[in-house]
Design a binder for this molecule. Sequence first.
Ligand code: PLP
Length: 409
Amino acid sequence: MGTPVAATVTFEDGTSRCVDDVAQALALGDVARVELLYEYGPDLVPRGPLDPIGMWRYRDLLPLDPGPIAYPLPVGGTPLIAPPGLRRASGCDGLWVKDETRGPTGSNKDRATALVLEQALRQGHETVSCASTGNVAVSLAVGAAAAGKRAVIFVPAEVDDTKLAFMLFAGATVVKVRQGYAAAFRLSREAARAFGWCDRNTGVNPLTVEAKKTVALEIWEQLGRTVPDAVVAPVGDGPTLCGLAKGFRELVACGVAERMPRLIGVQAEGCQPIKRAWEAHASRVEPVQPATIADGIAVGDPISGALALRDVRQSGGGFIAVSDAELLKAMRELAAWAGVLAEPAGAAAYAGLLRALECGLVGRQERVVILVTGTLLKTPRFARSDGRPLEIDADLGELERALAGLGTS
Ligand SMILES: *Cc1c(COP(=O)(O)O)cnc(C)c1O
């Protein structure tokens, strides 16, 4: 099991310093993002074939005391696939899809939920809480139910109806906050402090990035212990991208990888505060009012914006913004050519890849991994298509005529 030996703390203006006392770093609260550091070496990285224990395979790089894992749901170990149809459709020969829709609740949030609940189980917290635009909330509601904990969840009033239904279905207490996600986030932080709840809030709880980094470790192992040229990921609050960066950075620090991949962050055109800061060469992110169908990345005032800028800069990558129409088109292509059902934010990396290929940020011969972060099954209202079913009597002749009418059979 891993033991953090120091921490990097990064402030909102992008400045950072290393702190030897981990407890002191964690006590800084909201003013800084805290990243845990370990005594790196090749021994921390697992060897041997991938096994079904999922992300706990990387427990030596996770801040966990010894002892068996108590969290009951399987998390991590998601497939990395190389769909020939999608490679042809995108014109990217070295394309890989890391399918993060395969968790217990269909989003990459299940990794962070698992680690936070594992700690809550060990520390005896009875209540866990978070603020969320949707997927964190569903993930925490279901994870808490499985772990026998109470979940109190703060969501913006305009939360997706289906996601809301899932939270309630799993028995969570859900609080709609009329002033939107940023206000819900502030209130949930205050409430967790006031009532002594375990706070799963993304970015501020360093466990969320720790858990999300395991996706990088898996990608590296699944590519035969090699680093791809680039990884493309959607960016809302930032921890998904920062987790990827931390995972690859730690592989280098452990001496098992030689370099980082270029990281390409994708935002929605209707909510691109980090991309704008990137273009302006700023290290601080100015808040915006989100307007996009991609609720998973509709974050106007990102918690880890400065960190995401730093990580992308250090990796030699870049940021891209895509329109809602491009997201819908990317969702259709992922479904039709790769059999991967993605929600709008979940398809952002693929939409971003198409742009990146166009503008030369990614070359067509490069090895590129796109992260599909959330499932369409939780947002069925976006399963839009021009297709129509054939409707016939149960008769083979009629079926034949109907099929002939399509021009195919
Ligand atoms: C949360 C989420 C993201 C973005 O993650 P951040 O860590 O907030 O940047 C992307 N896609 C989906 C589907 C999400 O739920």
